[in-house]
Design a protein around this ligand. Structure first.
Ligand SMILES: Cc1cc2nc3c(=O)[nH]c(=O)nc-3n(C[C@H](O)[C@H](O)[C@H](O)COP(=O)(O)OP(=O)(O)OC[C@H]3O[C@@H](n4cnc5c(N)ncnc54)[C@H](O)[C@@H]3O)c2cc1C
Length: 401
């Protein structure tokens, strides 16, 4: 069979490799001059290629269970087996995150590129697919440069809106909509959460390990834990990324509450402060948390608690110490939305998965038409889950079952 694969990102490259290995003639179309440009930028240039904890529970969308078929067709161990087979060595780090041993995302892109070449995949890059339509019992696509190519099957692997400068866009949705497919609303996910800037701005560049809650009034909408990075306009880092999906899809007035001493209850934090005052009475209010959190954050906690940073610790009464302890456990920032698709790492929402068969990734509306990756309404948590979805769904689509 001759298969037209549109988009040479993570899922498209895996689909093309699988199709070629299954004995099909694979033609891979990429609108950018290079394949896998986004892939090369993932994981801060290190590419968090997968997560050993990948399971349906780490995925979101109207029907997260849709991801099961692909994750079972190509589980993490088999994914790493494929990569090892094409020469990529990897290493597991904290939280099950897997990276190339080289610590370079280019290793992932290049080993895939070499493998595609070795399997005889025909790559057409620097040309955008403008239209895809039925022709006879197969498909025909036309490109920006005027090329007209036919095939027996087609796989749409154009990705989603996230990372606009790296290839994110609407093309995949539009190509599938031409066949009658529909999509859900689209939101940026795995993005910085923008908040009232006063405290984050003063803490710009500070990283803290914390537990986070996204609250609407007193209701907790979502929770996460891990690293937070304060920026000019809000809170970034993996822990914030994991709440961005809920922040961008939930209405109402939201608050981001950070527990900066996770694992310690209010009583323990208060006990810590009391012992600091007792043992080091010469400290100021702004210095009491030094040793527990980053220094700049320690000073900011005093300000947040309504204390003068240079107030002598020995003069702080029980109420002041309680406010300081409460500030560390509930450093709450009013939410002002999230960053947009330009800097988001993934798109929440996409083409409705009910219109595809989870056992094959084939369209239920158009036989021979497949989709994989982020263009579909599946998004994963931060930590390698999105690339695993791209590998698994691309693999399943490329089998052309
Ligand atoms: C900065 C950043 C960092 C990230 N880091 C990680 C990470 O460490 N771990 C992780 O799991 N996930 C990460 N992600 C998410 C992950 O990269 C994506 O979920 C994944 O790449 C999606 O794969 P895909 O194949 O669906 O789409 P993409 O990888 O986006 O590939 C789609 C390809 O299709 C091409 N295309 C689009 N339209 C057309 C057209 N009309 N004609 C021809 N070609 C077209 C695009 O140019 C692109 O190359 C990150 C994302 C970003 C933006």
């Amino acid at each position: 069979m001759r298969v037209l694969i549109i988009g040479a990102g993570a899922s498209g490259m895996m689909a093309a490799l699988t199709a070629a290995r299954s004995g099909h003639e694979a033609l891979l179309f990429e609108r950018q001059s290079r394949v896998g440009r986004k892939l090369a930028a993932t994981g801060n240039g290190r590419c968090n290629i997968t997560n050993t904890g990948a399971a349906v529970s780490r995925y979101h969308g109207e029907d997260p269970d849709f991801a099961r078929g692909a994750l079972e067709a190509l589980p993490v161990a088999d994914t790493l087996g494929i990569f090892r087979g094409i020469g990529l060595l990897t290493r597991e780090e904290y939280g099950g995150r897997v990276y190339p041993l080289s610590n370079s995302a280019n290793s992932v892109t290049d080993t895939l590129r070499f493998a595609l070449e070795a399997e005889g995949v025909r790559l057409v890059s620097g040309d955008r697919v403008r239209a895809l339509r039925r022709e006879g019992s197969g498909f025909a696509l036309s490109t920006e440069s005027g090329a007209h190519v036919t095939g027996d099957a087609a796989i749409v692997a154009c990705g989603g809106m996230a990372g606009e400068k790296l290839g994110g866009g609407k093309d995949g949705y539009e190509l599938l909509r031409a066949f009658g497919h529909t999509r859900t609303a689209l939101y940026p996910a795995l993005a910085q959460i923008n908040t009232a800037p006063e405290f984050p701005r003063a803490l710009k560049g500070v990283k803290a390990d914390c537990a986070m809650r996204l609250m609407r009034s007193r209701e907790t909408l979502a929770e996460s834990s891990g690293e937070a990075l304060f920026t000019e306009t809000g809170v970034s880092g993996p822990a914030a990324f994991d709440l961005a999906r809920t922040a961008s899809t939930s209405g109402g007035e939201l608050t981001l509450s950070l527990d900066l001493l996770r694992g310690l209850g209010f009583g323990e934090v208060l006990g810590y402060l009391r012992s600091r005052v007792e043992n080091a009475p010469q400290l100021t209010a702004g210095e009491l948390f030094i040793g527990a959190v980053p220094n700049r954050l320690a000073r900011m906690l005093a300000k947040y608690a309504g204390l003068r940073q240079d107030a002598p610790a020995s003069g702080l009464d029980a109420r002041a110490l309680k406010s300081l302890a409460a500030a560390a456990g509930g450093f709450a920032l009013p939410v002002r939305g999230t960053e947009g698709f330009g800097t988001a790492q993934v798109t929440a929402g996409g083409i409705k998965t009910a219109e595809f068969d989870p056992a094959t990734m084939q369209s239920r509306l158009v036989p021979g038409l497949y989709a994989c990756g982020e263009v579909l309404d599946i998004d994963g948590d931060c930590g390698g889950f999105n690339l695993q979805w791209a590998w698994s769904s691309g693999f399943l689509a490329g089998r052309l079952l």
